[in-house]
Design a protein around this ligand. Structure first.
Ligand code: NAD
Ligand code: UDP
Length: 330
């Protein structure tokens, strides 16, 4: 069970609120008695992730694109709007960069007018294909500026720059989270990320597609742990801005994850190998010393337990929508 943070109720804007992380964040903020404005252009977000919140009088849904200015009155802003999975952010790479950069400018401008506190959902991708392992916040990264992942990586890096310049130039109260791979219920079933792909393939007894030889590593953070980290960061002491890594410190090879998912679903799936996408990081694992020290935060959900909950979620999606609906992203 997560602990409820004791702070006064606020009016909170969550951009990207209908997405995977945003939907969990909206729910958590409402549970704590806040008023929530959920903003989304529904590029990868889905109505059903927030459908259960629509009848709550403290919840408001706004269809809006963060690349355009916004005028609302709020105390806090969580800026999550941006497609997060490689196939989605590479679908319209120019729009991805615009979302990160213009979106950050618009949300920072709003925060400046309102004197609101603002948190940026940055990413471990700012470290690129890292030469330092595990990654600490003072590592500046190894990012290809012209590759297929650059629209996302460089967009997020530029957004961090904007956050820190708005702080230095305008005294804005900023918080920057560098999020590492997170998984759990409400993930888009068709976004191609490794956890959702493997679970859906295994539940359908289809081949499990490992890209490359499967020795590349990732660390997997369960969504409730990450949301707890967001809340701790937003409510951290005034002087603390980050950037701070939020992720799980346990590292797994992609091949190991495939075996775990096959075992846990009793699947007949076989493993197949596909080409490793260009610029796919070979290893990734957060050093979370700073988060422990400054936020008193660390993940508590073991991978096996989190996977079990995620498998239950996708099993129910398959039962209710069937395989075709899943492949169309219901
Ligand atoms: P997601 O794709 O499920 O959610 C992103 C949301 O933003 C969607 O609802 C989408 O419709 C919305 N959106 C996209 N462009 C928009 C725009 N121009 N205007 C308004 N809304 C827009 O992804 P997620 O996993 O929930 O990620 C949320 C944030 O966290 C992203 O900023 C992502 O970069 C960051 N992040 C996530 C992870 C992860 O593992 N999930 C890791 C690192 C960083
Ligand atoms: N991956 C894989 N099979 C899949 C999807 C992803 O082997 O069906 C690999 C991918 O190449 C990467 C890792 O799993 O090495 C994590 O991929 P994901 O897209 O989830 O996130 P990333 O960390 O690369 O942004």
């Amino acid at each position: 069970m997560s602990t409820l943070v004791n702070y006064d109720a606020q009016r909170v804007l969550v951009t990207g609120g209908a997405g995977f992380l945003g939907s969990h964040l909206c729910e958590r903020l409402l549970k704590e008695g806040n008023e929530v404005i959920c903003l989304d252009n529904f590029f990868t977000g889905r109505r059903q992730t927030i459908a259960h919140l629509l009848s709550n009088p403290s919840f408001e849904l706004l269809r809006h694109d963060v690349t355009f200015p916004l005028f609302v009155e709020v105390d806090q802003i969580y800026n999550l709007a941006c497609p997060a999975s490689p196939i989605h952010y590479q679908h319209d790479p120019v729009q991805t960069t615009k979302t990160s950069v213009h979106g950050a400018i618009n949300m920072l401008g709003l925060a400046k007018r309102l004197n609101a506190k603002i948190m940026q959902a940055s990413t471990s991708e700012v470290y690129g294909d890292p030469e330092v392992h595990p990654q600490r916040e003072d590592y500046h990264g190894s990012v290809n500026p012209i590759g297929l992942r650059s629209c996302y990586d460089e967009g997020k890096r530029c957004a961090e720059t904007l956050f820190f310049d708005y702080h230095r130039q305008h005294g804005l109260d900023i918080k920057v989270a560098r999020i590492f791979n997170t998984y759990g219920p409400n993930m888009h079933p068709n976004d191609g990320r490794v956890v959702s792909n493997f679970i859906i393939q295994a539940l359908q007894n289809k081949d499990i597609t490992i890209y490359g030889d499967g020795t590349q590593t990732r660390s997997f953070c369960y969504v409730s742990d990450l949301i707890e980290g967001f809340i701790c960061l937003m409510n951290s002491h005034d002087g603390f801005k980050g950037p701070v890594n939020l992720g799980n410190g346990s590292e797994f090879q992609i091949g190991e994850l495939a075996e775990m998912v096959i075992d846990m679903t009793n699947s007949k799936s076989k493993i197949t190998h596909r080409d490793l996408p260009k610029d796919d990081p070979k290893q990734r694992c957060p050093d979370i010393t700073l988060a422990k020290k400054e936020l008193g935060w660390q993940p508590t959900m073991p991978l096996e337990k989190g996977l079990k909950r995620t498998i239950t979620y996708f099993k129910s999606l398959l039962e209710h929508h069937g395989a075709d609906a899943i492949s169309q992203g219901n």
